[in-house]
Design a protein around this ligand. Structure first.
Ligand SMILES: NC(=O)c1ccc[n+]([C@@H]2O[C@H](COP(=O)([O-])OP(=O)(O)OC[C@H]3O[C@@H](n4cnc5c(N)ncnc54)[C@H](OP(=O)(O)O)[C@@H]3O)[C@@H](O)[C@H]2O)c1
Length: 271
């Protein structure tokens, strides 16, 4: 007797789960009963998080310690999931980083690495599991930024990478809805994580109204995905910022963003 192969157990694949917003996404998905697969390079951190989630009485997450920027990473992840007898119901493309500084002064190779992770890997993982996302009526949660809506002198490549995330995610939202697959871009403002140190900022930007905690981003992003929302911008102040490009002249906007990044640079070089 022949028939369709049995569906593998559904999981939520979360990239960048060893720190910051990604670790909180893992907690939120686990709290809602999803079996979670934690992806990042720092294996010990991932196991510690898996232990915490299991200790809270939720299904023990699987740990995949991989560098997402290695060639063929989606095939490697697919093979590892296959060996575990699971397949993605949700993909959370959260891993990402930025660099503060003038594009002409930062290392070109480091800036290309931003595009590699924030754009190429996010695209590869968004497209790699469409069949299983459809089978489980799941979805894709891509982490953009308020930067997705603005030009970003002072963090030019990072802002451009996040503009891609928003545009790509909105298009996927439209294209995949017929297959019952939800796609959401969550676009935070400033979130206190390791992101700022990695970007070369020594101090958080001063505008507290734009700050949101990682756990709040994760909860809001999860809710938006489950509701099938296309774009989620946490907080009224952040929503206001994303509205500015519609009403302000582009040249004025460029000068304001440049000034604010320059101030972050001054903060970065102060003790
Ligand atoms: N923090 C903010 O203010 C802010 C605002 C808007 C948007 N975002 C976005 O939110 C997302 C998460 O950022 P975050 O603030 O939580 O930053 P974070 O604390 O620095 O965490 C970044 C995560 O990405 C992982 N990662 C980096 N490179 C990787 C690689 N090559 N392979 C595998 N994993 C890698 C890191 O893990 P390992 O180092 O262990 O590999 C870490 O788990 C990013 O896309 C960021 O652009 C952040």
């Amino acid at each position: 007797m022949s028939g369709a192969a049995p569906m593998r157990r559904p999981v939520a694949l979360i990239t960048g789960a060893s720190a910051g917003i990604g670790a909180e996404f893992a907690r939120v998905f686990a709290q809602h009963g999803h079996c979670v697969v934690l992806v990042a390079r720092r294996e010990r951190r991932l196991h510690e998080l898996a232990d915490q989630i299991a200790a809270a009485g939720q299904p023990r997450p699987h740990v995949l310690a991989v560098d997402l920027c290695c060639n063929g990473v989606s095939k490697q992840i697919a093979a590892e999931l296959d060996a575990l007898g699971v397949e993605p119901q949700y993909v959370v493309n959260n891993a990402g980083f930025g660099l503060l500084g003038a594009a002409a002064e930062l290392e070109p190779a480091e800036q290309l690495a931003i595009i590699e992770l924030n754009v190429r890997v996010l695209t590869e993982l968004s497209l790699a599991f469409i069949d299983s996302l459809g089978r489980h009526r799941g979805g894709i949660l891509n982490v953009g930024s308020v930067a997705s809506f603005l030009p970003g002198p002072g963090m030019a490549v990072y802002y451009a990478s996040k503009a891609f995330v928003l545009s790509f995610s909105e298009s996927l939202h439209q294209e995949l809805s017929a297959q019952g697959i939800r796609v959401t871009a969550v676009c935070p403002g400033v979130v206190p994580t390791e992101f700022q140190a990695r970007a070369g900022m020594k101090k958080m930007p001063g505008w507290k109204l734009l700050h949101t905690q990682p756990a709040d981003i994760a909860a809001a992003g999860y809710a938006a995905l489950m509701q099938g929302q296309r774009v989620m911008i946490p907080g009224v102040a952040n929503k206001f910022v994303t509205f500015l490009p519609r009403i302000l002249p582009r040249g004025f906007l460029l000068r304001q963003v440049a000034r604010s990044q320059f101030n972050r640079h001054k903060s970065a070089s102060s003790p």
